[in-house]
Design a protein around this ligand. Structure first.
Ligand code: MLT
Ligand code: MN
Ligand code: ZN
Length: 309
C-alpha cells in the first residue's frame, strides 16, 4: 500500500495568507529549516493506480499537480482521474472544500458521517458534485467497509471511529454544550489493505488520547496524528488567536497531557504528525521542539512524503 501526504499543514496552511508570525515570516523568506505546507490531506492506494483521498483540502488542485499519480496520464480516456473516492473525517473547511475542486462531472464516491453528509446536502454549492455521477455514502462507526468508486474496488477498507473532539468551527453553536458537538463529529480512520491486511491510522483532529483510542492504536504499524500545536497556549502567547488547543479541539504535542507522552507506552512502529499549524515551533527543523519530537520517535510530516506499508 502506498500512502502519500498531500498536505501536512492545518487549516490555513503554511504560510497562512494573513499571518506574519515568526514561522510564517521564515517560510516566506525561504529560511533553511522551514518548508511550505499545504492543507490537511492524505492519499492512499493499494494498486498504485486507483487512489482514495483522506480529506479534500482547499489546496487540492495544487496537491494534484504536486503528485502526478493523482492526475490523468498515458492511455487514460480524455476525461479521467485516478481519484476514485474521498473519505472526510469532519466538516472542517480544510477537509471538505476540496470537494468543490472535484467538480466537472467526474465519477467518484464521497464517504462521510451522516452529519457531514447532511452538511453537504444543506450547502447547495456541493451540488456541483452531481448526484448522477458522484455517489455519497455514509460511513458507519466502528465497522470496516470496502472502499469503492467509479466502478473500481480499491482493494482497501475504511473503518471510521469517533475520537475526542469538536464540531467544525463554522458549525459551532455557542448556546449548546461543547458547541453542539456529538460523538462522531471528529473521526479517526483505519485504512486496511484487503490483500495483505496491513493497516494504518489517520487521525488529523483529536482533542485527547482516551483509553479507547490508546487500546485501538497499541502496536499499530503506522499512525498519522494531529500535530496542530506544540503547546496548549501557543496561539494566545504569539498573539494569533485567543484560543487554547482544548478550545479548538486539538491535543498539543508536548507536556504531560500531550500526544508525545500519550503515545510513549503504545508501541506504535511509525508515528507521523500531520495537520500542523503554522504556530507550531516543531515546524522549524532546527528547533529544540523538533529534536524533542524526533527523539520520542515522531516524524514531522511533509508534503509529498510517501510511506510504503
Ligand atoms: C481546525 O482544525 O481546528 C479547523 O481547521 C479550524 C479552522 O477551520 O480554521
Ligand atoms: Mn483543521
Ligand atoms: Zn503564522
Amino acid at each position: 500500500m502506498r500512502i502519500r501526504i498531500l498536505g501536512s499543514g492545518a487549516g490555513g496552511g503554511f504560510p497562512q495568507w494573513n499571518c506574519n508570525c515568526a514561522n510564517c515570516r521564515a517560510v516566506r523568506a525561504g529560511e533553511s529549516g522551514f518548508l511550505p505546507r499545504t492543507q490537511s490531506s492524505l492519499a492512499a492506494s493499494a494498486n498504485g493506480h486507483d487512489w482514495v483521498l483522506l480529506n479534500a483540502s482547499p489546496d487540492l488542485r495544487r496537491q494534484i499537480e504536486q503528485n502526478p499519480e493523482l492526475a490523468p496520464s498515458g492511455n487514460d480516456p480524455v476525461r479521467a482521474s485516478p481519484i476514485k473516492a474521498v473519505v472526510v473525517t469532519n466538516g472542517d473547511v480544510d477537509h471538505v472544500t476540496g470537494l468543490l475542486t472535484l467538480r466537472e462531472a467526474q465519477p467518484f464516491t464521497v464517504y462521510g458521517s451522516a452529519r457531514v453528509l447532511e452538511v453537504l446536502a444543506q450547502n447547495r454549492i456541493f451540488n456541483v458534485l452531481s448526484p448522477s455521477c458522484v455517489e455519497r455514502r455514509e460511513l458507519p462507526l466502528d465497522t470496516p467497509i470496502a472502499l469503492k468508486g467509479a466502478g473500481a474496488d480499491l482493494g482497501l477498507s475504511v473503518e471510521a471511529f469517533p475520537v475526542l473532539g469538536k464540531i467544525a468551527l463554522w458549525l459551532e453553536d455557542a448556546l449548546k454544550a461543547n458547541f453542539g458537538s456529538v460523538e462522531g463529529d471528529t473521526l479517526g480512520l483505519k485504512i486496511t489493505e484487503s490483500e495483505s491486511g496491513k493497516a494504518f491510522f489517520y487521525i488529523p483532529g483529536c482533542a485527547g488520547v482516551d483509553a479507547a483510542l490508546a487500546s485501538r492504536l497499541r502496536g499499530a504499524a503506522l499512525v498519522f496524528f494531529d500535530g496542530t500545536l506544540w503547546r496548549e497556549n501557543e496561539m494566545i502567547e504569539q498573539g494569533l488567536l485567543g484560543k487554547t488547543g482544548t478550545r479548538m479541539g486539538h491535543i498539543n504535542m508536548s507536556g504531560p497531557d500531550g500526544s508525545i507522552a500519550a503515545f510513549a507506552p503504545l508501541g506504535v512502529a511509525r508515528k507521523i504528525y500531520v495537520h500542523i499549524n503554522n504556530s507550531n515551533p516543531a515546524l522549524n527543523a532546527f528547533s529544540k521542539e523538533r529534536r524533542e519530537a524526533e527523539a520520542a520517535g515522531w516524524a514531522v510530516g511533509e508534503d509529498a512524503m510517501e510511506v510504503l506499508l
